[in-house]
Design a protein around this ligand. Sequence first.
Ligand code: CAA
Length: 257
Amino acid sequence: MAYETIITETHGKVGLITLNRPQALNALNSQILTELIAAVNAFGADAGIGAMVITGSEKAFAAGADIKEMQSISYADAYAQDFFVGWEELTRARKPIIAAVAGYALGGGCELAMMCDFIIAADTAKFGQPEITLGVIPGMGGSQRLTRFVGKSKAMDMCLTGRMMDAAEAERSGLVSRVVPASDLVEEALKAAAKIAAFSLPSVMMAKEAVNRAFETTLAEGLRFERRLFHSLFALDDQKEGMAAFAEKRKPNFTNR
Ligand code: CAA
């Protein structure tokens, strides 16, 4: 598929997706949604890919949903189309996705970053949920996911005042996993993704599934789910190989079987 609003590249076993609507600070319109989902699904189906990175530009990861596209939408259409439901498909990706965020990650941009599995931020990153300034509220998960990342007090502050959070505050409050110099952002994210992609894919996918389950269930059920996945990994060659390699003091050769 030829894309117009994103650029895709492969770096070894990593799929890199760069949001590319510079004229609108990567505002998320319906075309970028369609193309992003197609690219994530294509990398998901590619046996040569073990992890993905989604990034934007130096100035903006994404400045939100496209305000100009949605400004004239009616309630009837928003409801009938279940406007924004399409973004949920991104969260069904089974391979890990890292968001590499520089510049603005506002509204839908912050929400897109939070749909990824973790966020690496440049020291220039600015996160926010400014929908309140437009007379609306977050619609792609901001009120729910931000609250799970940073807790009620800060999520309320962000959603009610619409203020931005810089990279240091985002790291301090658990929204991002690490902050790196802006000049190293994509390289650092690719390095982290390459590290993940070198592991056994089934164990990587199960690790992702297990962590995500923590947000959907009780501790007792989550622990049981984790244990069952853990048991199932003993059915794979890669568990034998990984543990044999440790005992034999050599690097494992995983085959994803
Ligand atoms: N939608 C559509 N276009 C956008 C946009 C958006 N979210 N954000 C920026 N743009 C466009 C601007 O309209 C401008 O286009 P023109 O040159 O044609 O006028 C271009 O991108 C550059 O933007 P600015 O001139 O505003 O750049 P700046 O450096 O002065 O300001 C900014 C940067 C502070 C990020 C500012 O652009 C801004 O406030 N953007 C909107 C942020 C926002 O409110 N996001 C939430 C959107 S709603 C949402 O996301 C709902 C949801 O929950 C999913």
